[in-house]
Design a protein around this ligand. Structure first.
Ligand code: PHE
Length: 438
């Protein structure tokens, strides 16, 4: 349950719908679903099993098989990914703070305006203040070590969020023009497939299931010897994917109903949720209530995720340096402030700084999801094939599961996963060098 709760976050509500919209709707969805039940399942089980086997978080888990350079690198790259994601995650967390604040202030109609979001994001000071509020909230929870309390609260908030999402989905789909959006999201158009569909779906799968971030090693290390790894993994996959699909059904039809489904609005990327959802709420005619409830729930989902990412960074630093929690929290806090502020500047004073032709936020997102995560996942595959042994990981899973998917698992971890990962990595690098369209 804890893993499922941690898996659900901005990845599902904010990131999944805009990627699905951008990369062709139905075709993206199919590729994503196939990846989750095959490749995602393999990686989810592998990381959890390695965590339970070694009883360590990633850096320690890799090093329990030796101290060579590749092993140290493998552990560190897994540990570094959440440290690089959490700054821009908190920056987006700031957008939620902003919207929540404005809904409380009763500005429902203003928020639904076409240019509201763009005006907000391009004014450095307001975006930065909201980002700092979110970062400080995360920091305080991690510093006090009360993550469990928040995690418990989120178990109440999560069902409310899901119920609310269902209400919004039903309402949106009933609007004129929305069915076109449902069709776009659910029915695959194979002509829209490209290599980048695969790359984007793979990155999203990592992000959403918290794979290739070292987080599952840590959770696995807490798992009891009789905890069923296979069943737990299936549960996480199902729950997480269910929430993503709900979010897709909530946001994509809204683009068609309220923004006409034009090419531009569909491709609008990271801003999508913040532009379409306020239009739905304004149209509902219930004042600021839907906005307050919705953004409050999303804030919780985002906070639990940012807390666990920051916590993972802090515990890595604590293990490796022997420093206190306080000192390591401050260090992680500084990293967040520094990189998050760079994202904020990327939309204002530094808008001319466009690494690889992207905004700074998109660049961090691309770097972590399309480059670093495939490398981290590849390291896990190699660790299993070369050091731990596929047999002993299989034994670890079998010791507490019926392991119905053992054959598929072995085939994937030994052959298919490393190959797919290599293809993904090479295409990302090609895209970064301008050889492929991102
Ligand atoms: N999987 C979460 C999401 O979809 C992000 C996350 C990553 C949460 C790592 C916890 C740990 O948003």
């Amino acid at each position: 349950m804890a893993t499922a709760a941690s898996a659900v976050g901005l990845g599902n509500i904010w990131r999944f719908p805009y990627l699905a919209a951008k990369y062709g709707g139905g075709i993206f969805l199919i590729v994503y679903l196939v990846l989750v039940v095959t490749f995602g399942h393999t990686m989810l089980m592998s990381e959890t099993a390695l965590g339970r086997m070694t009883r360590k978080s990633p850096v320690g888990a890799f090093q329990s098989f030796g101290n060579s350079l590749p092993l140290r690198f493998g552990g560190w790259i897994n540990a570094m990914v959440p440290m690089l994601i959490v700054p821009y995650y908190a920056f987006i967390g700031g957008w939620i703070i902003k919207y929540l604040y404005e809904y409380f202030a009763g500005n429902t109609a203003a928020l639904a305006g076409d240019n509201y979001f763009i005006d907000f994001i391009t004014s450095f000071s307001s975006a930065e203040i909201c980002f700092i509020v979110f970062t400080v909230l995360t920091f305080l929870v991690v510093l006090m070590g009360v993550g469990n309390g928040v995690e418990k609260a989120s178990k109440v908030m999560m069902p409310i969020l899901i119920l609310l999402a269902i209400v919004i989905v039903v309402y949106t789909i009933a609007q004129p023009g929305a069915l076109e959006g449902v069709r776009y999201f659910l029915i695959p158009n194979f002509r829209k497939f490209s290599l980048m569909t695969l790359v984007a779906a793979m990155g999203q799968m990592f992000y959403s299931l918290s794979i290739a971030m070292g987080v599952l090693y840590t959770y696995g290390s807490y798992l009891k010897k009789d905890g069923d790894i296979e069943k737990t993994s299936r549960l996480v996959e199902g729950f997480d994917t269910g929430v993503s699909m709900l979010a897709g059904l909530m946001i994509i039809p809204a683009v068609f109903a309220f923004s006409g489904g034009s090419e531009d609005s569909i491709q609008s990327g990271p801003f999508l949720m913040f532009v379409t959802i306020p239009k739905v709420f304004e149209n509902m005619g219930l004042g600021n209530i839907p906005g307050i409830v919705f953004f409050l729930m999303v804030l919780f989902a985002a906070l639990t995720s940012s807390i666990s990412m920051m916590e993972s960074g802090v515990s890595t630093f604590m293990d490796q340096t022997g420093w206190s929690r306080g000192k390591c929290s401050v260090l992680m806090g500084m990293i967040m402030l520094l990189l998050g502020t760079a994202c904020a500047l990327g939309y204002s004073a530094w808008s001319a700084v466009q690494p690889l032709g992207m905004s700074i936020l998109d660049f961090f997102d691309f770097l972590t999801n399309s480059i670093l995560m495939p490398i981290a996942a590849l390291s896990t595959c190699l660790l299993i094939i070369k050091k731990a042994g596929v047999g002993s990981v299989v034994d670890e899973i079998r010791s507490s599961s019926r392991f119905k998917s053992q054959r598929t698992y072995t085939f994937f971890i030994r052959y298919l996963s490393p190959i797919i990962l290599l293809v993904i990595l090479l295409s990302s690098i090609a895209a970064a060098m301008g050889l492929l369209r991102i």
